[in-house]
Design a protein around this ligand. Structure first.
Ligand SMILES: Nc1ncnc2c1ncn2[C@@H]1O[C@H](COP(=O)(O)OP(=O)(O)O)[C@@H](O)[C@H]1O
Ligand SMILES: N[C@@H](CC(=O)OP(=O)(O)O)C(=O)O
Length: 471
């Protein structure tokens, strides 16, 4: 039995928590022959690294870098004290951590002096969160009597392209790298979130990407199960921090989980499902703070629950871009040109809808991508500010609506269920929200729509009440 266990930032948020995780892993090693651990940065560390790298660039203040280094050192040294009892192991781990923090300090000072932060150097800085937590967890396992070593994502065989910030996997050498260790009964503790380019530069897989790392490791090893250990007891009917009546979903299909993850259920990184689904490896989402809870099992089974709607999710910090122009009617390839231009600027399009008159295409993109999207459209179609047909442009006007969110309603039971869309939209309107755009995926297990962000909570609550609480 080969098991991959991924622990998120909150699960390793302190020394005591790291020790608790080590105990959970040790327990599993009693039953399973091969256990591989993937770990995230201690909670808030990646955010702190994002902030300090930007500050080093903007303010160029070495004193700020020094204060940050002091903070990061204290945090990780305190964790070592509480996670590891043996003085000898502590000292060994401290040596590794000290070396890495020195490295981090040099890079941040470099950014401040040069006033330059490339995507490559940013990824390198962000990688330190996981590169500091993994040796501590590995040390805690050794302290509990296990054989363990910590490895970086690249060392574990995750080789990516050089799309820094959101790298794609080029190839996996996971089996070659890990099998010799597993044969010796060693528990590898691998940094989540990061990989290496062919040239050996560190890349990151996108925020929240440690889940994806775990899935890649599971895929590479042909694991029997991939476990995502987090701070809630599984995938819920909606974010339990948003709606207190949210319920754990005991079983869900890959497709439904993928839709939920893509549309905002932070519990899983959107790309996690695909590798597991390809090899039919079950994913089990478990709670580190309540290990007895059964969690959520994600498999190929499209099990129908009692309710047609299984879950509701939401994405904030997005913008709605409406592209207008009668010139688009009957002109083949306009949509292709739009998406090609956006792709070239690396804009991730979350949702698409086209009016049947073809005079309007609406897109949802991340708020941070709006400027890039407008630049791409201007480059492809020329200046579209002039609202007259005389300028002969395909695109006559573009509007941007920034204070919006996407709500998604997911459930395999929605496939072919008559009248479900009508019921959903009636409920949305009863919640007081005005629908600005609608899209239904071809999988038919998801209906997504855009409303003003101020209506998010009320709308999610009303949908949950109507389709889940009252079923
Ligand atoms: N449908 C959902 N089911 C469970 N959790 C959800 C859902 N939607 C959003 N979440 C949020 O996801 C969080 C877990 O994800 P995350 O913070 O990334 O954990 P980790 O640090 O363990 O990777 C939960 O605390 C919860 O607030
Ligand atoms: N530490 C990274 C990767 C990650 O997946 O973290 P977590 O598992 O805590 O969501 C981030 O914050 O983006």
């Amino acid at each position: 039995m080969t098991t991959v266990m991924k622990f998120g930032g909150t699960s390793v948020g302190s020394g005591e928590r790291i020790r608790n995780v080590a105990k959970i892993v040790k327990n599993r090693k009693k039953d399973d022959e091969n256990v591989v651990v993937v770990v995230s940065a201690m909670s808030e560390v990646t955010n702190a690294l994002v902030n300090i790298s930007q500050q080093a660039l903007d303010v160029r203040d070495i004193a700020k870098v020094n204060t940050f280094i002091k903070f990061i050192k204290e945090k990780h040294f305190e964790a070592i004290e509480n996670a590891i009892k043996s003085e000898k192991i502590r000292e060994e781990v401290k040596k590794i951590i000290n070396g890495r923090i020195d490295e981090l300090e040099k890079v941040l000072i470099g950014v401040a002096y040069l006033g330059e932060l490339t995507p490559k150097s940013r990824d390198y800085i962000l990688s330190f969160g996981e590169r500091l937590s993994a040796p501590i967890l590995s040390g805690a396992l050794i302290d509990l009597g296990e054989k363990s070593i910590s490895l970086e994502g690249g060392e574990a065989g995750i080789i990516t392209d050089n799309n820094f910030g959101n790298a794609r996997v080029k190839r996996l050498e996971v089996k070659e790298r890990l099998s010799p260790l597993l044969k010796e009964g060693i528990i590898p503790v691998i940094t989540g979130f990061i990989g290496n380019t062919e040239e050996g530069y560190i890349t990151t897989l996108g925020r929240g990407g440690s889940d994806y790392s775990a899935s890649l490791i599971g895929y590479g090893l042909d694991a029997d199960i991939i476990e995502i250990w987090t701070d809630v007891s599984g995938v819920y009917t909606t974010d339990p921090r948003l709606v207190p009546t949210a319920k754990r979903i005991p079983k869900i299909s890959y497709i439904e989980a993928m839709e939920l993850a893509y549309f905002g259920a932070k519990v899983l990184h959107p790309r996690t499902i695909e590798p597991a689904m390809e090899k039919n490896i079950p994913i089990l989402v478990k709670n580190t703070f309540d290990p007895e809870n059964e969690g959520t099992l994600i498999t190929n089974d499209m099990e129908m629950s009692d309710s047609i709607v299984k879950a509701v999710s939401a994405i904030k910090n997005v913008a709605l871009i409406n592209i207008f122009g009668a010139g688009m009617v009957g002109v083949s390839g306009t949509a292709a040109r739009i998406f090609k231009a956006l792709g070239e600027e690396d804009v991730n399009v979350i949702l698409i809808s086209q009016g049947s008159s073809e005079t309007n295409i609406s897109l949802v993109v991340g708020e941070d991508d709006v400027e890039k999207a407008l630049k791409a459209l201007k480059r492809e179609f020329g200046d579209f500010g002039k609202k007259t047909f005389l300028n002969n442009n395909l695109i006559r006007d573009v509007s941007v609506d920034k204070d919006v969110c996407v709500i998604s309603v997911v459930g395999a039971g929605m496939r072919g269920a008559k009248g479900i869309a009508g019921k959903i939209f009636t409920t949305v309107s009863e919640s007081g929200a005005n629908i600005k755009m609608i899209a239904q995926g071809s999988s038919e297990v998801n209906i997504s729509f855009v409303i003003d962000e101020e209506n998010l909570l009320n709308c999610v609550k009303k949908l949950h009440e109507k389709f889940i609480d009252n079923q």
